[in-house]
Design a protein around this ligand. Structure first.
Ligand code: PLP
Length: 405
């Protein structure tokens, strides 16, 4: 029979966070092994419950949530998001500029699908949250990676970004706070990115899904609040700030200079209507989540569980000889570097397989984030302190063995 092959559109698409190594972990679980999964920023499964009020709100509204909603979403949550953008000093946003989605993920793919023709280029960070690279490829575009510099707190290298802009470049993706590095960008840097976008008429896609997961009293500034003459699309949602990944509730906001983007916005509206609407129960949670006390503070502030676990994970990992790490200022991840002189890793996926087989700990190799060398990996710091100490102890032992090879 004629082989049934996947579409050519998928040739360049990969998503290693749930890729072959996690598949191996799944098989090991089926064989009865207990696997510590440090591969996904899935807060609720580690006991970080969502705020009770949003769970209640979902429950109460479940019986009203059986119908389709407006394609862009219901009025009240979109209005609450307009207020949220105002609180972040993003000017000129109306209800019509807000799109609700099944997580930010759906909207990221939609925003790229609506924009790109074959060969169009989008500047994406390296390392990146790999959905961005995948979404550009899937949409027929070419992801071009600009380097984030580990020596400079993982900030984007503006000169590299500038060098990579050409006549085909359409947009710059800015992930701030960053996954996987945990970097938080200063205003001066954001202004330089805006300047490039202004000069070359590029759209800025701002993924800000960790904008409240901030440590050490850091503050987040939305890049879209810093200019009104560039087109911005800003992404956020309930998954991280509200520990509700499974509710699949996210949004994107179009702001800044929109007058020249009518056709693109028509494209976004078309794609939003083709998928009918985002899941309605998840929409109901948004207004309650955004209003009132923000309980994430209890986790990231002084004495908070996430803060403590970040510090513990950082110490446990950087105590391993040849392992260094920029301490994350935000988000849920560490992205440590393995000194290539001590750990001469040729294939970091193989490294992740071996680590899994020996320690039963699942990490994601750096190349899964489109990082340029096989010398990094990513872990979440979500298991409780005892479990983390145990898992990182096993990693340390594995690394010791690796050094002796
Ligand atoms: N953007 C970044 C940077 C992420 O890390 C994630 C999930 O890990 C997402 C987007 C996807 O978020 P959602 O659950 O809203 O689809």
């Amino acid at each position: 029979m004629r082989p049934i092959q996947k579409s050519n559109k998928l040739a360049e698409v990969c998503y290693e966070i749930r890729g072959p190594v996690p598949e191996k972990a799944r098989q090991m679980e089926e064989e009865g092994h207990k696997i510590t999964k440090l591969n996904i920023g899935n807060l609720a499964v580690f006991g970080f419950d969502p705020p009770d009020e949003i769970v209640q709100d979902m429950k109460i509204n479940l019986s009203n949530a059986a119908g389709y909603t407006d394609s862009k979403g219901m009025f009240a949550p979109r209005k609450a998001i307009v207020h949220y953008t105002q609180s972040k000093n993003i000017a000129g946003v109306g209800i019509e500029d807000v799109y609700l989605g099944n997580g930010a993920s759906e909207l990221i793919v939609m925003s790229m699908n609506a924009l790109l023709n074959n060969g169009d280029e989008v500047l994406v960070p390296a390392p990146d949250y790999p959905l961005w690279t995948a979404a550009v490829s899937l949409s027929g575009g070419k992801p071009v990676h600009y380097i984030c510099d580990e020596q400079q707190e993982w900030y984007p290298d503006i000169d590299d970004m500038r060098r990579k802009i050409n006549a085909n470049t359409r947009a710059i993706v800015v992930i701030n706070p960053n996954n996987p590095t945990g970097a938080l960008y200063p205003v001066s840097l954001l202004l330089q990115i805006i300047e490039l976008a202004r000069e070359h008429q590029l759209i800025i896609y701002a993924d800000e899904i960790y904008d409240k997961v901030l440590y050490d009293e850091a503050e987040h500034v939305s890049i879209a609040s810093l200019a009104d003459d560039v087109l911005f699309v800003t992404f956020n949602g309930l998954s991280k700030n509200y520990r509700a990944c499974g509710y699949r509730s996210g949004w994107m906001v179009v702001s800044g200079e929109k007058s020249h983007a009518k056709d693109y916005i028509e494209g976004l509206n078309m794609l939003a209507s083709m998928r009918l609407c985002a899941n309605a129960p998840g929409q109901f949670a948004i207004q309650t989540a955004l209003g009132g006390y923000q309980s994430i503070q209890d986790l990231v502030g002084p004495g908070g569980r996430l803060l403590k676990q970040r510090d513990l994970a950082y110490k446990l990992l950087t105590d391993i000889p040849g392992v260094t790490c920029v301490k994350p200022k935000a988000a849920l991840y560490l992205f440590p570097r393995l000194d290539p002189k001590i750990y001469p890793i040729a294939d970091d996926q193989q490294f992740a397989y071996e680590l899994l087989a020996e320690t039963k700990v699942l990490i994601v190799q750096g190349s899964g984030f489109n990082w340029i060398a096989p010398d990094h990996f990513r872990v979440v710091f979500l298991p409780n302190s005892d479990d983390m100490t145990e898992a990182f102890g096993r990693i340390a032992k594995f690394m010791e063995g690796y050094r002796k090879r």
